[in-house]
Design a protein around this ligand. Sequence first.
Ligand SMILES: NC(=O)C1=CN([C@@H]2O[C@H](COP(=O)(O)OP(=O)(O)OC[C@H]3O[C@@H](n4cnc5c(N)ncnc54)[C@H](OP(=O)(O)O)[C@@H]3O)[C@@H](O)[C@H]2O)C=CC1
Ligand SMILES: Nc1nc(=O)c2c([nH]1)NC[C@@H]1CN(c3ccc(C(=O)N[C@@H](CCC(=O)O)C(=O)O)cc3)C=[N+]21
Length: 281
Amino acid sequence: MTARLIDGKAVAADLRRAIAARVATLGYRPGLRVVRVGEDPASGVYVRNKDKAAQEAGFDSATLHLPEATTEAELLAVVARLNADPAVDGILVQLPLPRHIRAEAVISAVAPEKDVDGFHPLNAGRLASGEPGLVPCTPKGVMHLLRAAGCSLPGARALVVGRSTIVGRPMAQLLLAADCTVTIAHSRTRDLAAECRRAEILVAAVGRPEMVRGDWVAEGATVIDVGINRLESGRLVGDVEFEAACRRAEAITPVPGGVGPMTIACLLENTLDAAIARRGA
Ligand SMILES: NC(=O)C1=CN([C@@H]2O[C@H](COP(=O)(O)OP(=O)(O)OC[C@H]3O[C@@H](n4cnc5c(N)ncnc54)[C@H](OP(=O)(O)O)[C@@H]3O)[C@@H](O)[C@H]2O)C=CC1
Ligand SMILES: Nc1nc(=O)c2c([nH]1)NC[C@@H]1CN(c3ccc(C(=O)N[C@@H](CCC(=O)O)C(=O)O)cc3)C=[N+]21
Protein backbone atom coordinates (compact mmCIF):
# COMPACT_ATOMS: atom_id res chain seq x y z
CA MET A 1 0.00 0.00 0.00
CA THR A 2 1.16 3.51 -0.59
CA ALA A 3 -0.43 6.18 1.53
CA ARG A 4 -2.67 8.95 0.33
CA LEU A 5 -1.07 12.36 0.91
CA ILE A 6 -3.05 14.77 3.08
CA ASP A 7 -2.37 18.08 1.34
CA GLY A 8 -2.14 20.68 4.11
CA LYS A 9 -1.19 23.38 1.68
CA ALA A 10 -4.42 22.90 -0.30
CA VAL A 11 -6.67 22.53 2.78
CA ALA A 12 -5.08 25.66 4.29
CA ALA A 13 -5.60 27.62 1.06
CA ASP A 14 -9.32 26.65 1.06
CA LEU A 15 -9.67 27.70 4.69
CA ARG A 16 -7.90 31.02 4.05
CA ARG A 17 -10.20 31.71 1.09
CA ALA A 18 -13.29 31.06 3.23
CA ILE A 19 -11.92 33.33 5.97
CA ALA A 20 -11.17 36.10 3.46
CA ALA A 21 -14.75 35.87 2.12
CA ARG A 22 -16.11 36.23 5.65
CA VAL A 23 -13.79 39.13 6.48
CA ALA A 24 -15.00 40.92 3.36
CA THR A 25 -18.55 40.94 4.79
CA LEU A 26 -17.49 42.67 8.04
CA GLY A 27 -17.60 46.41 8.39
CA TYR A 28 -14.07 46.39 9.85
CA ARG A 29 -10.71 44.67 9.46
CA PRO A 30 -9.90 42.15 12.20
CA GLY A 31 -6.68 43.31 13.88
CA LEU A 32 -3.79 40.94 14.53
CA ARG A 33 -0.53 41.88 16.27
CA VAL A 34 2.43 39.53 16.41
CA VAL A 35 5.11 40.40 18.93
CA ARG A 36 8.59 39.08 18.21
CA VAL A 37 11.49 39.58 20.62
CA GLY A 38 15.07 39.12 19.40
CA GLU A 39 16.37 37.14 16.46
CA ASP A 40 15.32 33.48 16.67
CA PRO A 41 15.91 32.59 12.99
CA ALA A 42 13.06 30.05 12.68
CA SER A 43 10.60 32.68 13.96
CA GLY A 44 11.55 35.00 11.09
CA VAL A 45 10.14 32.68 8.41
CA TYR A 46 6.96 31.96 10.36
CA VAL A 47 6.27 35.61 11.14
CA ARG A 48 6.71 36.59 7.47
CA ASN A 49 4.40 33.77 6.24
CA LYS A 50 1.78 34.75 8.79
CA ASP A 51 1.90 38.44 7.94
CA LYS A 52 1.49 37.69 4.23
CA ALA A 53 -1.46 35.31 4.82
CA ALA A 54 -3.15 37.82 7.14
CA GLN A 55 -2.77 40.71 4.68
CA GLU A 56 -4.10 38.56 1.82
CA ALA A 57 -7.18 37.64 3.86
CA GLY A 58 -7.95 41.31 4.53
CA PHE A 59 -6.76 41.54 8.13
CA ASP A 60 -5.15 44.59 9.67
CA SER A 61 -1.94 42.77 10.59
CA ALA A 62 1.39 44.03 11.92
CA THR A 63 4.46 42.63 13.60
CA LEU A 64 6.12 44.45 16.48
CA HIS A 65 9.76 43.45 16.46
CA LEU A 66 11.43 44.26 19.79
CA PRO A 67 15.18 44.05 20.48
CA GLU A 68 16.72 40.98 22.18
CA ALA A 69 17.52 43.14 25.25
CA THR A 70 13.83 43.96 25.89
CA THR A 71 13.04 43.33 29.58
CA GLU A 72 10.10 41.28 30.81
CA ALA A 73 8.52 44.45 32.23
CA GLU A 74 8.84 46.20 28.86
CA LEU A 75 7.26 43.25 27.04
CA LEU A 76 4.43 43.13 29.60
CA ALA A 77 3.83 46.84 28.97
CA VAL A 78 3.55 46.20 25.22
CA VAL A 79 1.06 43.37 25.86
CA ALA A 80 -0.97 45.64 28.19
CA ARG A 81 -1.13 48.32 25.50
CA LEU A 82 -2.38 45.78 22.90
CA ASN A 83 -4.91 44.39 25.41
CA ALA A 84 -6.33 47.90 25.77
CA ASP A 85 -6.32 48.75 22.03
CA PRO A 86 -9.85 48.36 20.61
CA ALA A 87 -8.49 47.88 17.05
CA VAL A 88 -6.57 44.77 18.16
CA ASP A 89 -8.55 41.51 18.15
CA GLY A 90 -5.71 39.00 18.33
CA ILE A 91 -2.31 39.03 20.05
CA LEU A 92 0.40 36.42 19.42
CA VAL A 93 3.71 36.55 21.27
CA GLN A 94 6.12 34.51 19.19
CA LEU A 95 7.90 31.71 21.08
CA PRO A 96 10.60 30.97 22.07
CA LEU A 97 11.28 34.15 24.02
CA PRO A 98 14.78 35.15 25.16
CA ARG A 99 15.84 33.31 28.32
CA HIS A 100 15.62 36.35 30.60
CA ILE A 101 11.85 36.60 30.00
CA ARG A 102 9.43 34.19 31.70
CA ALA A 103 7.18 32.93 28.90
CA GLU A 104 4.42 31.87 31.36
CA ALA A 105 4.22 35.41 32.78
CA VAL A 106 3.82 36.87 29.28
CA ILE A 107 1.31 34.24 28.11
CA SER A 108 -0.82 34.84 31.21
CA ALA A 109 -0.74 38.60 30.60
CA VAL A 110 -2.49 38.38 27.21
CA ALA A 111 -6.22 39.13 27.52
CA PRO A 112 -7.89 35.69 27.17
CA GLU A 113 -10.38 37.04 24.57
CA LYS A 114 -7.42 38.18 22.39
CA ASP A 115 -5.30 35.05 22.99
CA VAL A 116 -5.38 33.72 19.42
CA ASP A 117 -2.59 31.23 20.25
CA GLY A 118 -4.92 29.65 22.84
CA PHE A 119 -2.00 29.35 25.27
CA HIS A 120 -3.49 31.34 28.19
CA PRO A 121 -4.23 29.06 31.17
CA LEU A 122 -7.90 30.13 31.04
CA ASN A 123 -8.23 28.95 27.43
CA ALA A 124 -6.24 25.77 28.17
CA GLY A 125 -8.61 25.11 31.08
CA ARG A 126 -11.67 25.74 28.95
CA LEU A 127 -10.39 23.25 26.37
CA ALA A 128 -9.73 20.65 29.08
CA SER A 129 -13.23 21.24 30.52
CA GLY A 130 -14.92 21.01 27.12
CA GLU A 131 -16.00 24.67 27.24
CA PRO A 132 -15.80 26.99 24.21
CA GLY A 133 -12.68 29.17 23.96
CA LEU A 134 -9.71 29.92 21.73
CA VAL A 135 -7.91 26.69 20.78
CA PRO A 136 -4.17 26.42 19.91
CA CYS A 137 -3.65 26.76 16.15
CA THR A 138 -1.53 23.69 15.41
CA PRO A 139 -3.79 21.06 17.00
CA LYS A 140 -6.83 22.86 15.62
CA GLY A 141 -5.25 22.62 12.17
CA VAL A 142 -4.67 18.90 12.68
CA MET A 143 -8.40 18.39 13.40
CA HIS A 144 -9.24 20.21 10.14
CA LEU A 145 -6.85 17.88 8.29
CA LEU A 146 -8.31 14.73 9.85
CA ARG A 147 -11.78 15.81 8.80
CA ALA A 148 -10.63 16.83 5.31
CA ALA A 149 -9.00 13.39 4.97
CA GLY A 150 -12.34 11.75 5.81
CA CYS A 151 -10.91 10.11 8.91
CA SER A 152 -13.55 8.56 11.18
CA LEU A 153 -12.89 9.76 14.73
CA PRO A 154 -15.51 8.41 17.20
CA GLY A 155 -14.09 5.41 19.01
CA ALA A 156 -10.81 5.45 17.06
CA ARG A 157 -7.60 4.64 18.94
CA ALA A 158 -5.50 7.83 18.74
CA LEU A 159 -1.93 8.22 19.97
CA VAL A 160 -0.34 11.62 20.50
CA VAL A 161 3.44 11.50 20.86
CA GLY A 162 4.44 14.62 22.82
CA ARG A 163 2.80 16.45 25.73
CA SER A 164 3.85 20.09 25.29
CA THR A 165 1.33 22.76 26.25
CA ILE A 166 1.41 24.18 22.71
CA VAL A 167 0.89 20.97 20.71
CA GLY A 168 0.66 17.58 22.44
CA ARG A 169 -1.71 18.34 25.33
CA PRO A 170 -4.26 20.42 23.41
CA MET A 171 -4.06 17.87 20.57
CA ALA A 172 -5.06 15.10 22.97
CA GLN A 173 -7.92 17.24 24.33
CA LEU A 174 -9.32 17.90 20.86
CA LEU A 175 -9.15 14.22 19.89
CA LEU A 176 -10.88 13.34 23.17
CA ALA A 177 -13.57 15.95 22.48
CA ALA A 178 -14.07 14.24 19.09
CA ASP A 179 -14.64 10.92 20.93
CA CYS A 180 -11.35 9.24 20.11
CA THR A 181 -9.81 6.86 22.63
CA VAL A 182 -6.69 8.86 23.38
CA THR A 183 -3.24 7.85 24.60
CA ILE A 184 -0.47 10.40 25.24
CA ALA A 185 3.14 9.22 24.91
CA HIS A 186 6.25 11.16 25.96
CA SER A 187 9.93 10.72 26.74
CA ARG A 188 9.20 8.37 29.67
CA THR A 189 6.87 6.08 27.72
CA ARG A 190 8.19 2.54 28.12
CA ASP A 191 7.57 0.98 24.70
CA LEU A 192 6.81 3.70 22.19
CA ALA A 193 6.98 1.34 19.20
CA ALA A 194 4.25 -0.87 20.72
CA GLU A 195 2.06 2.15 21.50
CA CYS A 196 2.45 3.42 17.93
CA ARG A 197 1.59 0.03 16.43
CA ARG A 198 -1.80 0.08 18.21
CA ALA A 199 -2.75 3.53 16.91
CA GLU A 200 -5.33 4.04 14.18
CA ILE A 201 -4.54 7.77 14.31
CA LEU A 202 -0.92 8.63 15.05
CA VAL A 203 0.06 12.24 15.74
CA ALA A 204 3.80 12.87 16.16
CA ALA A 205 4.82 16.14 17.90
CA VAL A 206 8.23 15.40 19.32
CA GLY A 207 10.82 17.54 17.56
CA ARG A 208 13.19 14.67 16.71
CA PRO A 209 13.86 14.03 13.02
CA GLU A 210 12.22 10.80 11.77
CA MET A 211 12.10 9.34 15.27
CA VAL A 212 8.85 7.46 14.58
CA ARG A 213 10.03 4.58 12.39
CA GLY A 214 8.02 3.37 9.42
CA ASP A 215 7.59 -0.12 10.89
CA TRP A 216 5.96 1.39 14.02
CA VAL A 217 3.02 2.52 11.87
CA ALA A 218 -0.02 0.23 11.85
CA GLU A 219 -1.30 -0.96 8.46
CA GLY A 220 -4.04 1.46 7.39
CA ALA A 221 -3.31 4.12 10.02
CA THR A 222 -3.72 7.87 9.51
CA VAL A 223 -0.41 9.59 10.31
CA ILE A 224 -0.13 13.30 11.15
CA ASP A 225 3.41 14.59 11.37
CA VAL A 226 3.61 17.87 13.30
CA GLY A 227 7.41 17.89 13.54
CA ILE A 228 9.44 20.45 11.65
CA ASN A 229 13.14 19.68 11.87
CA ARG A 230 15.85 21.28 9.77
CA LEU A 231 18.75 18.93 9.08
CA GLU A 232 22.33 20.17 8.68
CA SER A 233 21.90 19.62 4.94
CA GLY A 234 19.16 22.26 5.08
CA ARG A 235 16.45 19.68 4.29
CA LEU A 236 13.22 19.92 6.31
CA VAL A 237 11.95 16.63 7.77
CA GLY A 238 9.19 15.64 10.15
CA ASP A 239 9.17 13.42 13.23
CA VAL A 240 8.08 10.41 11.14
CA GLU A 241 10.24 8.31 8.81
CA PHE A 242 8.14 9.40 5.86
CA GLU A 243 9.04 7.02 2.99
CA ALA A 244 8.75 3.89 5.11
CA ALA A 245 5.59 5.11 6.85
CA CYS A 246 3.95 5.65 3.44
CA ARG A 247 4.17 1.91 2.76
CA ARG A 248 1.94 1.14 5.77
CA ALA A 249 -0.27 4.18 6.42
CA GLU A 250 -3.57 4.75 4.63
CA ALA A 251 -3.08 8.54 4.74
CA ILE A 252 -0.19 10.76 5.85
CA THR A 253 0.80 14.43 6.01
CA PRO A 254 4.05 15.53 4.33
CA VAL A 255 6.63 17.93 5.81
CA PRO A 256 6.68 20.62 4.57
CA GLY A 257 3.17 21.16 3.19
CA GLY A 258 1.26 19.33 5.92
CA VAL A 259 0.47 20.74 9.36
CA GLY A 260 2.59 23.92 9.07
CA PRO A 261 0.35 25.79 6.61
CA MET A 262 -2.71 24.82 8.69
CA THR A 263 -1.22 26.51 11.77
CA ILE A 264 -1.22 29.83 9.94
CA ALA A 265 -4.73 29.38 8.52
CA CYS A 266 -6.03 28.57 12.02
CA LEU A 267 -4.35 31.65 13.43
CA LEU A 268 -6.48 33.67 10.99
CA GLU A 269 -9.55 31.62 11.93
CA ASN A 270 -8.96 32.32 15.64
CA THR A 271 -8.43 36.03 14.97
CA LEU A 272 -11.67 36.20 12.99
CA ASP A 273 -13.53 34.36 15.78
CA ALA A 274 -12.03 36.67 18.43
CA ALA A 275 -13.00 39.74 16.38
CA ILE A 276 -16.59 38.57 15.90
CA ALA A 277 -16.89 37.71 19.61
CA ARG A 278 -15.70 41.22 20.57
CA ARG A 279 -17.27 43.35 17.82
CA GLY A 280 -19.97 41.27 16.19
CA ALA A 281 -20.42 39.95 12.66
N1 LIG B 1 3.68 22.46 12.24
C1 LIG B 1 3.60 23.46 13.11
O1 LIG B 1 2.88 24.41 12.88
C2 LIG B 1 4.33 23.38 14.39
C3 LIG B 1 5.32 22.44 14.51
N2 LIG B 1 6.00 22.29 15.68
C4 LIG B 1 7.00 21.22 15.72
O2 LIG B 1 6.47 20.13 16.47
C5 LIG B 1 7.49 19.48 17.19
C6 LIG B 1 7.13 19.45 18.67
O3 LIG B 1 7.04 20.77 19.16
P1 LIG B 1 6.77 21.07 20.71
O4 LIG B 1 5.59 20.34 21.18
O5 LIG B 1 6.83 22.55 20.85
O6 LIG B 1 8.09 20.42 21.35
P2 LIG B 1 8.54 20.24 22.88
O7 LIG B 1 10.01 20.07 22.84
O8 LIG B 1 7.94 21.28 23.73
O9 LIG B 1 7.86 18.85 23.29
C7 LIG B 1 8.32 17.65 22.77
C8 LIG B 1 7.58 16.49 23.40
O10 LIG B 1 8.12 15.28 22.85
C9 LIG B 1 8.43 14.40 23.90
N3 LIG B 1 9.59 13.58 23.57
C10 LIG B 1 10.88 13.98 23.45
N4 LIG B 1 11.66 12.94 23.18
C11 LIG B 1 10.88 11.86 23.12
C12 LIG B 1 11.10 10.50 22.89
N5 LIG B 1 12.34 10.02 22.65
N6 LIG B 1 10.05 9.65 22.90
C13 LIG B 1 8.82 10.11 23.13
N7 LIG B 1 8.53 11.40 23.35
C14 LIG B 1 9.56 12.26 23.36
C15 LIG B 1 8.70 15.25 25.10
O11 LIG B 1 8.47 14.47 26.26
P3 LIG B 1 8.67 15.03 27.78
O12 LIG B 1 7.46 15.88 28.04
O13 LIG B 1 8.71 13.80 28.58
O14 LIG B 1 9.95 15.80 27.76
C16 LIG B 1 7.73 16.40 24.91
O15 LIG B 1 6.49 16.12 25.51
C17 LIG B 1 8.76 20.24 16.84
O16 LIG B 1 9.39 19.60 15.74
C18 LIG B 1 8.26 21.60 16.42
O17 LIG B 1 9.15 22.24 15.51
C19 LIG B 1 5.67 23.04 16.79
C20 LIG B 1 4.68 24.00 16.72
C21 LIG B 1 3.97 24.28 15.49
N1 LIG C 1 3.39 31.98 19.85
C1 LIG C 1 3.69 31.08 18.90
N2 LIG C 1 2.69 30.48 18.20
C2 LIG C 1 2.99 29.55 17.24
O1 LIG C 1 2.07 28.99 16.59
C3 LIG C 1 4.36 29.24 16.98
C4 LIG C 1 5.34 29.89 17.74
N3 LIG C 1 4.98 30.79 18.70
N4 LIG C 1 6.65 29.61 17.55
C5 LIG C 1 7.10 28.69 16.52
C6 LIG C 1 6.06 27.64 16.17
C7 LIG C 1 6.28 27.00 14.83
N5 LIG C 1 5.17 27.42 14.02
C8 LIG C 1 5.04 27.19 12.65
C9 LIG C 1 4.02 27.71 11.91
C10 LIG C 1 3.94 27.55 10.54
C11 LIG C 1 4.90 26.83 9.87
C12 LIG C 1 4.83 26.68 8.39
O2 LIG C 1 4.20 27.47 7.71
N6 LIG C 1 5.46 25.67 7.82
C13 LIG C 1 5.47 25.44 6.39
C14 LIG C 1 6.76 25.97 5.75
C15 LIG C 1 8.01 25.44 6.40
C16 LIG C 1 9.30 26.06 5.88
O3 LIG C 1 9.49 26.12 4.65
O4 LIG C 1 10.12 26.47 6.73
C17 LIG C 1 5.28 23.94 6.12
O5 LIG C 1 5.45 23.14 7.06
O6 LIG C 1 4.97 23.58 5.00
C18 LIG C 1 5.92 26.27 10.60
C19 LIG C 1 5.99 26.44 11.98
C20 LIG C 1 4.32 28.18 14.78
N7 LIG C 1 4.76 28.32 16.01
